[in-house]
Design a protein around this ligand. Structure first.
Ligand SMILES: Cc1ncc(COP(=O)(O)O)c(C=O)c1O
Length: 370
């Protein structure tokens, strides 16, 4: 790779185009393009096997899945959530007329701090929506205890958590529902896509109705549903992607360990997350740019750009700083010091299964100052 070839923060893993053509031919032959077609049904079943979950409902994207998940559990009033996430997390609340209540993160994990949740609960609170940030599991046991003590539901935004394990099982088993994103930038993608993991057949049935305008049969509509259906093209692509997912995850792990070795000696740069061999999907590679590094986080971001290396400041700005949220009392900077510090210091280095060892050396050399 030439030194000026761009290295993007992420790139989709794509199978050879020829491998996708038979799927397309089948779609052309059957003329089934959407509405729970055969590829859709097969992908739901294969994902259940792969992820080790019982019930999954595919969606057109993760944001619509989040909105539908809240609707499924009839969540209203106030929901406790994190400001340190992609904006869709909180937007899904606004789309349901719910008031987000921001609670600070644990600076060691970047996830909602379970010790701070209880103080934010009011008589209007009905649920908690934590995010498994960077694909690393929240403290699900503590969050569950808080939820049980206060009669709250828990919906995990698990957009980053494809294939992540905890205590030997899928992280998606925790909470009342978990929502995945299969966007092009994710570890597993279906171009656009998402899913809700649910604990029982009845909940899945309700989700599936909501996903299809609320229809239960040709003439009966039981809820104000939405069009959240995944098309056959996306589902077929997902089936093909699943064949290569283990190899893609191994490549990410290799890139993760190259970065760690390369960055270990650079003063002022810290890799804040443990390697997480068994519990991570290496969706992101965040570094912390500390005060003893010669450049600010933003100056390093710019320097990398100047070298055609496109790191990203995930998550900056905080969700709570966007105009539709910043007047909320819980968005006050004094309420969210750990999230603010993370948003000012974290830089996510390029991470994808397409990167090479040479790419990581180029990135590390640039961070090291050479
Ligand atoms: C934490 C988080 N939640 C929700 C979403 C929304 O998912 P989608 O892009 O599939 O709508 C994303 C990313 O895209 C995300 O990173």
């Amino acid at each position: 790779m030439k030194s000026k070839d761009p290295i993007f923060v992420t790139q989709p893993t794509l199978p050879p185009l020829e491998d996708f053509l038979p799927y397309l031919r089948e779609i052309w032959d059957t003329k089934i393009l959407t509405n729970t077609g055969p590829f859709h049904e097969q992908l739901e079943s294969e994902l259940c096997n792969y992820l080790g979950v019982k019930y999954i409902s595919l969606f057109t994207n993760g944001t619509i899945a989040l909105i539908a998940a809240l609707r499924t559990l009839r969540i209203t009033g106030e929901v406790i959530t994190t400001p340190y996430s992609f904006v869709a997390t909180a937007h899904s609340l606004l789309w349901n007329g719910i008031k987000p209540i921001f609670v600070d993160i644990d600076p060691a994990t970047f996830n909602l701090d379970p010790e701070k949740i209880e103080a934010a609960i009011s008589s209007q609170t009905t649920a908690i929506m934590p995010v498994h940030c960077y694909g690393r599991s929240c403290d699900v046991d503590k969050i569950q205890k808080v939820a049980e003590r206060n009669g709250l539901k828990v919906i995990y935004d698990a957009a980053h958590s494809f294939g992540v394990q905890r205590d030997g099982g899928s992280v998606l088993h925790h909470g009342d529902l978990s929502v995945l994103s299969f966007h092009a930038t994710k570890v597993f993608n279906t171009f656009e896509g998402g899913a809700i993991v649910s604990p029982d057949a009845l909940t899945k049935q309700r989700i599936d109705q909501l996903r299809n305008f609320g229809y239960v049969d040709e003439v009966t509509v039981v809820s104000p549903g939405i069009n959240g259906k995944m098309s056959e093209i996306s589902a077929a692509f997902g089936l093909l992607q699943l064949k290569g997912i283990d190899e893609a995850l191994l490549k990410r792990r290799m890139i993760d360990s190259c970065y760690r070795k390369g960055l270990a000696e650079i003063a002022g740069i810290r890799c804040p997350l443990e390697p997480g061999e068994k519990v991570s999907n290496h969706a992101f590679f965040p570094i912390l740019v500390q005060p003893d590094y010669p450049l600010s986080r933003d100056a390093l971001y710019q320097k990398l750009r100047d070298h055609c290396i496109f790191a990203r400041r995930y998550f900056y700005p905080l969700i709570s700083d966007f105009p539709m949220y910043r007047s909320l009392p819980s968005a006050a900077p004094s309420n969210l010091p750990a999230a603010r510090q993370a948003s000012e210091r974290v830089l996510c280095l390029p991470m994808s299964s397409n990167l090479t060892v040479d790419d990581t050396i180029r990135v590390v050399d640039c961070v090291a100052g050479s």
